[in-house]
Ligand binder design. Sequence first.
Ligand code: CO
Length: 299
Amino acid sequence: MNRTVWLKIWVWVLGLSMLLLSGPAVAGHGEKREVKKAILLAAFGSSVPEARKALESIEERARKEFPGTEVRWAYTSSMIRAKLAKEGKIFDSPEVALARLMNENYTHVAVLSLHTIPGEEFHSLYRNVHLFGQMDGGFEQVLVARPLLSSRDDMVRAARALLKHLPADRKPGDAVLLMGHGSEKHPADALYLAMNQVFQEMDPHAYLCTVEGYPTLEDVLPKLKEGKIQKVYLVPFMAVAGDHALNDMAGNEPDSWKSVLAKNGVHSEPILKGTIENPEIVDIWMDHLKAAFGHFEKP
Ligand code: CO
């Protein structure tokens, strides 16, 4: 073959690949789509009004850090959404929220997982968000920003932030018990054990236990006895102080942490604030969001 034939083939291949690469970025008739960026905040959700109010603080932070960017909400728990719908409060699932954004011609969407660990809920979210990235005429880019605990650095920062905001009148012998959610079925549950280690290294009287995973309160009780601990601060290690914090942690039922501790001669003082109300923890989430946005800048 002579050089002109090769050149023609080369130009044709180049043209075709440009067409394929540009994909959904180019609207019909070769017009470039206007870049429209959005943030979708994806939380488990809560049926407790105060907890939902607390969630708004991270929305404010996101609006401040990403001015001009659309910020929306999605609740990942279908159980919570159904409960709120009965009260006339409608919250979108991440899938519905993404479909709306797609319909409104948004081109770049960062979904921030407000979950604590990359567990079951995070992975379902991740899977479905990625499917939205494969749709024709859909988003140019859609990414999931990492949940709270995604690296050793996140874990150290989170522990430091939580220990920093304890009441000033805490005495040297007072312990801190953090309540994580935990997961019976997901391997990421191991992060709670690792997180307990991080707390222990910073403060020998700070422990993390979970409601539905490992370690549990029963695992820590002997250590409290051993240390002759008489008082503990109970702190939620969940985005919001919702149902678990109000009932399983600080409630008056005989099996709540407060009651079990009292039976063991330990007085407890609950601090009903979720991690989302801690500014240094929100910093970690914002950094994850910035990392996702960093990918948007790349061609
Ligand atoms: Co739960």
